[in-house]
Design a protein around this ligand. Structure first.
Ligand code: ZN
Length: 138
């Protein structure tokens, strides 16, 4: 049985700094922050570059693709995830550079490995956002 497609969905807390990122998720777009001063991309998107501290940042739409950098299989989670196990928590290295902590869904845990190619998928989470997770690419 493939895991993770019935995970609990918790609408994210949205503030003026993160609103553009969450608005893009409604269109199935995964974005990262990008610094116009030093050229580095960063996760999470924010108005101050974590590399050079410039405030000249923008949102960069990515292809939503990357590979698993590291992962773990959790069998018993906390809170809303108490009955969701087993599930996968992973760091995904995006092709654009930043690493994103996320869940891997629509997979068999035995099929995963470091380097497995994955892509972003989105689950409705209210009017203002869709929650992102990643799944192995076909
Ligand atoms: Zn910078």
């Amino acid at each position: 049985m493939k895991i993770g497609n019935d995970f609990p969905i918790t609408p994210p807390a949205i503030n003026p700094e993160t609103a553009p990122f969450w608005a893009a998720t409604l269109e199935g777009k995964f974005s990262v922050g990008s610094c116009n001063a030093c050229g580095e991309n960063h996760w999470y998107p924010r108005t101050k570059c974590p590399f050079c501290h410039s405030h000249d940042t923008s949102l960069l739409e990515t292809a939503g693709k990357g590979s698993i950098y590291s992962y773990t299989v959790t069998h018993k989670g906390p809170g809303a995830f108490a009955a969701a196990g087993p599930y996968v928590i992973a760091y995904v290295q995006l092709d654009e550079g930043p690493r994103v902590i996320t869940n891997i869904v629509d997979c068999e845990t035995d099929d995963l490995a470091i380097g497995t190619r994955v892509e972003a998928v989105f689950f409705p989470a209210g009017e203002n956002a869709a929650v992102y997770r990643f799944r192995p690419t076909a």
